[in-house]
Structures are given as structure tokens and as C-alpha cells.
Design a binder for this molecule. Structure first.
Ligand SMILES: [Cu+2]
Length: 303
């Protein structure tokens, strides 16, 4: 599964499936669960996390990730489900029930951990350290009280790539829910970051531009790309598939995003400048992707 082949297959998939698809984000790559089929999703969806996944919808939509705590024998097992910042420890257990200890590197890391609040206002993307027993630990920043979802994006050696998700909670009085409002610009750390997209159902491309004092900034390589994009669906926090696209070096950063359904999506763009990683947050409304017969052709074109 080299990157070129995957992108090629992805392009075919898009052409076949998303003829008039939409353009919204997912991850700059870590989240490429192309192998996930509706069949997998329907069979593996009974996690202990109580997520609101909809089996019927899953069968009709493009694959989304992060809705299952366990898939094809791999299970995301946090040691605590109540967190509040500080250490989070977990294992990924494999089909034999024991912790997975050998991983392939994806986007410079063996495992990517995303933690997002259910209201999509809070977001952390961190890289836990694994020990020889397959136990992962990471220090999380403090988070406001509320409901959260953690996503582990990884590829056990010799297996497919998975993004598994589990619900976590931060105890305490929860702040009032802030409704997600569409926004295509963000300001973070002195940078103005803009998201451009064609959400008319015919494109899957999104473009992110980072500026400082009005000048386009060249981002530094981060996780093997010019930036890293994660897209989560409002409502169930489905984790979309995002692929970095080749773009002019030093210019805006481009991604292809698989939008599985009409709806509102939060996009989180991690970028590195002057050695520091920052995250810009966007919210977009996407139309439904073009409906093309997917059930027959997707399995073939996706591999
Ligand atoms: Cu990562």
C-alpha cells in the first residue's frame, strides 16, 4: 500500500463514487481507512462507548472512521474513561486479545491520538509513547468538563489501518453548549488561517492558507506533510478520511476530504511554523455527495 497507489485508488474511488462529491476535511492522511467497508462497520459497531452510530446510514454512506471502539479484532482500551487532563494510558488489543506491540509508522508516527469534545469546541492531537508491553501513555492538556471522544489512528504491523474511537468524560459542571457556527477563518498565535472549499457537491478539495501580517507563510513539515487536517462530523463525531494533495511548495496546503453525508463538519488544521505546532479550527456545511451506486463498486475500487 504505497502512498501513490493509495492516492490513485482514492482518485478512482472519488471519480466513481463522488462524481459530484463535496469537499470537506478529514485527516491529512492518518485517517485512511479505505479498507473499512459497510460490512465491517455494521458488524463491528457494538462498542462499549455508546456512540450514536447509525447502521443503516453507514451502509449507504462513504466510509467514516472513529465510530467503533472495536473493529476486526482490534480494540481501543483506555485504562480510565474519566479524564481531566494529565496522563491518559491505553492499549490497543489485537485479534488474539493481547496488546499490540508492533506498529507501522503512518505520517511519521506509530499512533496518533485525537481528543475532541462532543461539541467540537475542544481538540487535541497528540502522540503517545508506547512501551514494550504495548501500553501507550500521553499527557493531555487540561480540558473543560464535558463529553469527549478519543480517536486512536494506527496500523498494527501486517494489518490494515484503523481509527478507533472511545467516549471519555471530564467531570465537573459542564459549560453551556455552544452551537457550532460555520467559520472559514481562524486566528491563532498571530496567524490568520483561511479555509477555501467548493462545497457545491462537485469537489472534494479544501485549501488552507496561513498568513502572518497579510503574507502567506510557508509552513514547516509536520507529520510528513505541510500540515495535518482532521475533520469530524457534527452529531456523531465521525472521523472523515482526509488525504494531503500535492500543492505548490510554500503555498496554500491542499487536502481531499471524503464527506460521507450532508451536514456540518469541524475541521482542525495542525500546522507548524517556527518550530511550534498550532491548530486552526473551521466549521463548514457540506451538501450530500452525489449519489452513485456505491454498494457494488466500492469494494473493488477501494483496494
Ligand atoms: Cu498525529
Amino acid at each position: 500500500m504505497n502512498a501513490g497507489a493509495k492516492l490513485g485508488a482514492y482518485g478512482l474511488l472519488l471519480a466513481a463514487v463522488l462524481g459530484a462529491g463535496a469537499a470537506v476535511g478529514a485527516i491529512a492522511g492518518p485517517i485512511d481507512i479505505g479498507e473499512s467497508t459497510p460490512h465491517d462497520a455494521a458488524d463491528g459497531g457494538h462498542g462499549a462507548d455508546g456512540s450514536e452510530r447509525d447502521d443503516v446510514a453507514a451502509a449507504d454512506e462513504l466510509p467514516a472512521a472513529g465510530l467503533l471502539v472495536s473493529q476486526d479484532g482490534y480494540t481501543f482500551r483506555p485504562e480510565e474513561r474519566t479524564v481531566g487532563g494529565g496522563e491518559l494510558a491505553f492499549t490497543i488489543t489485537g485479534p488474539d486479545g493481547s496488546p499490540v506491540r508492533s506498529y507501522d509508522v503512518l505520517h511519521d508516527r506509530e499512533l496518533h491520538l485525537i481528543v475532541a469534545s462532543r461539541d467540537l469546541q475542544q481538540y487535541q492531537h497528540v502522540h503517545p509513547e508506547g512501551d514494550e508491553h504495548g501500553r501507550w501513555t500521553v499527557d493531555l492538556d487540561e480540558m473543560p468538563a464535558g463529553a469527549y471522544r478519543a480517536f486512536a489512528d494506527f496500523q498494527a504491523s501486517g494489518a490494515d489501518q484503523y481509527t478507533l474511537g472511545v467516549d471519555l468524560s471530564v467531570p465537573g459542571p459542564t459549560p453551556e453548549l455552544v452551537p457550532l457556527a460555520p467559520r472559514s477563518t481562524d486566528s491563532v498565535g498571530g496567524f490568520d488561517v483561511t479555509l477555501d472549499h467548493d462545497l457545491d457537491g462537485t469537489s472534494t478539495e479544501v485549501t488552507v492558507t496561513v498568513r502572518r501580517d497579510g503574507e502567506v507563510v510557508t509552513t514547516e513539515p509536520y507529520l510528513g506533510a505541510a500540515g495535518h487536517l482532521v475533520a469530524l462530523r457534527d452529531g456523531d463525531l465521525a472521523y472523515l478520511h482526509v488525504h494531503p494533495l500535492d500543492a505548490e511548495p510554500g503555498g496554500p496546503v491542499q487536502f481531499a476530504v471524503e464527506v460521507p453525508s450532508a451536514g456540518r463538519y469541524a475541521l482542525f488544521f495542525d500546522f507548524k511554523v517556527d518550530g511550534a505546532v498550532r491548530t486552526a479550527r473551521f466549521v463548514v456545511d457540506a451538501p450530500a455527495p452525489a449519489t452513485v451506486a456505491r454498494h457494488g463498486d466500492r469494494d473493488d475500487s477501494d483496494h
